[in-house]
Design a protein around this ligand. Structure first.
Ligand code: FAD
Ligand code: NAI
Length: 477
């Protein structure tokens, strides 16, 4: 008889994919364990993964604080509020962010207790498979041996390094360092104008840094609807972000207190720029470090992602994988949906994730949010569509807020009027997009939204008006 602790389900990784899968499995009556190795500054457990510790949550805390600072600096004047003696206490701003993170860590530990999920702080490593199921060793902060019929792998992702420019988190920063710079750099370089580059670039620009973004591709935000991306580029440039497209990055050399990037610009001309700090945000790579996948023969693809089918089944019976470590968008809510669906499948239910209605949000100011197809994708696929847009400039609530940049854009099937995509750049786009997600889940037409009563004055009226604009019958524009 083995001394291993027996479980029905062991989840490796306590990020949004893993901790949510563990809670759902426990709710469904399974004896469930979750192993996570993330440690806080004192070495204690800090479940929640990248998202809680160095991703979604701390970045949004910094975005909020830096936006307040910027508003206090210029935005309030228009409202007749004059602030004098404004100063930045960066240490307090970072402390608040750390407090927000800790509240989320503690919240997850509480949820584990409430749902009777056994939490193990340490690294989980596959140690073999046998009649009793899979054996997973826990090492590091705690040492244990667990055994379970089902294992859910949710080990997430890490920031991708540029060759020859390893992260030191002092001069060359991944998301981890970018969220913890302890003095506002005068000159900040960012390689990669993706989601992290724009969000973190916005934070440090608002706090006073001169921010230069170097992007490899010739187009800005290629995955975003072109009309929206164009508007975003115009607004971010006006805010002071220097966005340089089509850059081919060459040597990166570290000095004592700065870092120099050599690159060819869009015209192919050699350039050299020196920064106090350099954020490298060029995408993320799946993380299977120390997981012991070889010991059980868990298959990964050529890019390191664990290979799964549509239902998150790996090549091994009863081993599942969810979140950033598998194909699909690297988003916390996608990881969560997969975690729930897998727990339900283990219980014999029909867990389901609809990849066509996963919303995306970029938390810049204005925010950018979308769901479904872009106009360029519909054109490329030869789908006949109708488009309707409505600018926030014509929305009463946006005017009252003093936040009139941007628009809502609807794309609907030319024949059936079914909504195919909704794209928003503007205030609270992250919240407004939910209406479009619900509508698309229920296969609504643009007319359905156009005929629903929306509160006045509200930003959501812009959504209704964009739906009306699909049939060229906006009322307020
Ligand atoms: P992770 O969150 O990476 O969690 C994996 C966990 O597993 C980690 O705690 C890790 O330590 C642990 N682990 C790994 N291997 C082992 C092992 N062998 N044993 C034990 N534990 C292990 N997404 C959004 O949807 N919205 C956002 O606003 C957003 N903002 C982001 C901002 C930044 C700066 C970054 C970097 C990412 C952001 N993301 C955002 C993406 C989001 O963080 C990820 O998609 C999400 O965290 C993926 O969840 P996951 O559970 O798959 O992995
Ligand atoms: P990203 O994929 O969003 O953007 C990376 C950018 O770097 C791209 O524009 C790419 O063209 C560029 N790039 C790649 N290699 C380059 C090179 N060698 N030189 C110059 N440019 C190069 O990746 P990012 O910003 O690192 O974020 C990773 C992921 O984290 C995102 O894709 C997203 O899934 C998630 N995330 C989500 C957020 C949200 O939902 N709000 C916020 C932050 C991250």
């Amino acid at each position: 008889m083995s001394n291993a602790k027996q479980f029905d389900v062991v989840v490796i990784g306590g990020g949004p994919g893993g901790y949510i899968a563990a809670i759902r499995a426990a709710q469904l009556g399974f004896n469930t364990a979750c192993i996570d190795e993330w440690a806080n500054a004192k070495g204690g457990p800090a479940p929640g993964g990248t998202c809680t510790n160095v991703g979604c949550i701390p970045s949004k805390a910094l975005l909020q604080s830096s936006e307040h600072y910027e508003h206090a600096g210029h935005g309030f004047k228009e409202h007749g509020i004059e602030v004098s003696g404004l100063s930045l206490n960066l240490a307090q701003l970072l402390k608040r962010k750390d407090g927000v993170v800790k509240a989320n860590n503690d919240g997850i530990l509480y949820l584990f207790k409430k749902n009777k999920v056994s939490f193990f702080h340490g690294r989980g490593t596959f140690a073999g498979a046998g009649e009793g199921g899979y054996t997973v060793n826990v090492s590091g902060q705690t040492t244990d041996t667990l055994q379970a019929k089902h294992v859910i792998v949710a080990t997430g992702s890490n920031a991708r390094e540029l060759p020859g420019a390893a992260f030191d988190e002092k001069l060359i920063l991944s998301n981890t360092g970018a969220l913890a710079i302890d003095a506002v750099p005068a000159n900040l370089g960012v390689i990669g104008a993706g989601v992290i580059g724009l969000e973190m670039g916005s934070v440090w620009r608002r706090l006073g840094a001169k921010v230069t973004v170097l992007e490899g591709l010739p187009t800005f935000l290629g995955a975003v609807d072109e009309q929206i991306a164009k508007e975003a580029q115009k607004l971010f440039t006006k805010q002071g972000l220097s966005i340089n497209l089509g850059c081919k990055i060459g040597a990166i050399t570290k000095g004592e207190n700065n870092v120099t990037v050599e690159y060819a610009d869009a015209k192919g001309e050699a350039q050299k720029a020196t920064f106090d700090k350099l954020i490298v945000s060029i995408g993320r790579v799946p993380n299977t470090n120390g997981l012991g996948i070889e010991s059980v023969g868990l298959k990964t693809d050529e890019r390191g992602f664990i290979v799964v089918d549509d239902e998150c089944r790996t090549n091994l019976p009863n081993v599942w994988a969810v979140g950033d470590v598998v194909r699909g968008p690297m988003l916390a809510h996608k990881a969560e949906e997969e975690g729930v669906a897998v727990a339900e499948r283990i219980a014999g239910q029909h867990g389901h994730v609809n990849f066509n209605t996963i919303p995306w949000v970029i938390y810049t100011s204005p925010e950018i949010a979308w769901v479904g197809k872009t106009e360029q994708a519909l054109k490329a696929e030869g789908v006949a569509y109708k488009a309707g847009t409505f600018p926030f400039m014509a929305n009463g609530r946006a005017r009252a807020l003093g936040d009139t940049n941007g628009m809502v854009k609807f794309l609907a099937d030319a024949t059936t009027d079914e909504i195919l995509g909704v794209h928003i750049i503007g205030p609270m786009a992250s919240e407004l997009i939910s209406e479009a997600v619900v509508a698309m889940e229920f296969k609504a037409s643009s007319e359905d939204i156009a005929r629903i009563c929306h509160a006045h004055p509200s930003l959501s009226e812009a959504t209704k008006e964009a739906a009306l604009a699909v049939d060229k019958r906006s009322l307020n524009f």
